[in-house]
Design a protein around this ligand. Structure first.
Ligand code: HPA
Length: 247
């Protein structure tokens, strides 16, 4: 069973058949919401709304540890994240779907490890390749199988939020190699790695990042509902293809 963590624009997975909800508690507190189990394209999956079902949790308020711990307890095979981002690279325009292959973490003050406290050993996980290669490749193949174009590989820059970035910050992130910018990819990805869960993401570009394209003067995220909706529908098509073609 795979887990899907849905971000903005994906607080529910309406395609889920026979949905069953389960509230979970973890040593790290409560996940963003109840786990929803169901069948999706013939496969049993568990869905979690990253920001809560009513979209009430800001990126810095999400209990990433509880979310990942709960999924680990459910013994999922891997985690597929869907997350909206801003496009920095000029070819990553709104409406583009990306399967990132790298991360730069600009977040701070988030609980970003399970390995802390006097009873925990000192452990340094390898994070050279932050996304699971096989899972990324399967997502890319699933996109090809349903004729959805996705970009294979991009550097996901994770900012702290909840405010959007300044144009100068985006300029700096671009110089440092960031291709898309979001607020939730970390510590989610590293926590999955710490507990040994495969993790990959479909990043949905919904706006030009600050100072880029039509975001020269401002980003009006609240006006991006339509792009977000259409793009998330396409991301769900890819997931559908992923599970339809599951081995
Ligand atoms: N910046 C950070 N996070 C985002 C953006 C952005 O421009 N768009 C969607 N999530």
């Amino acid at each position: 069973m795979y887990a899907i963590i849905g971000g903005s624009g994906m607080a529910k997975l309406t395609a889920l058949q026979n949905p069953r909800r389960q509230v979970m508690r973890t040593p790290y507190g409560e996940p963003s919401g109840a786990m929803t189990f169901g069948e999706f394209a013939g496969a049993e999956v568990v869905f979690l709304a990253r920001h809560g079902y009513g979209h009430t949790l800001s990126p810095h308020e999400i209990n990433y540890r509880a979310n990942i711990w709960a999924l680990k307890e459910l013994k999922v095979e891997g985690v597929i994240s869907v997350a909206t981002v801003g496009g920095i690279r000029s070819d990553l325009e709104p409406g583009t779907l990306v399967v990132p292959d790298q991360i730069i973490d600009y977040t701070h003050s988030r609980k970003s490890t399970f390995f802390e406290g006097s009873e925990m050993p000192v452990i340094h996980v390898d994070f050279t390749q932050p996304y699971a290669r096989a899972l990324r490749e399967r997502l890319i193949a699933a996109a090809a199988a349903c004729n959805e174009k996705v970009f294979d590989g991009a550097v996901y820059a994770c900012t702290q939020g909840p405010r959007l970035e300044t144009a100068a910050e985006i300029e700096r992130i671009a110089r440092e190699g960031g291709d898309v910018v979001g607020m939730t990819g970390m510590p989610e990805a590293v926590l999955a790695r710490e507990v040994g869960l495969d993790y990959a993401a479909v990043a949905v570009v919904i706006n030009h990042a600050a100072g880029r394209g039509d975001s020269l003067q401002a980003i009006k995220l609240e006006e991006l509902g339509e792009v977000m909706h259409h793009s998330v529908v396409r991301a769900v098509r890819i997931l559908n293809s992923f599970f339809e073609n599951a081995p």
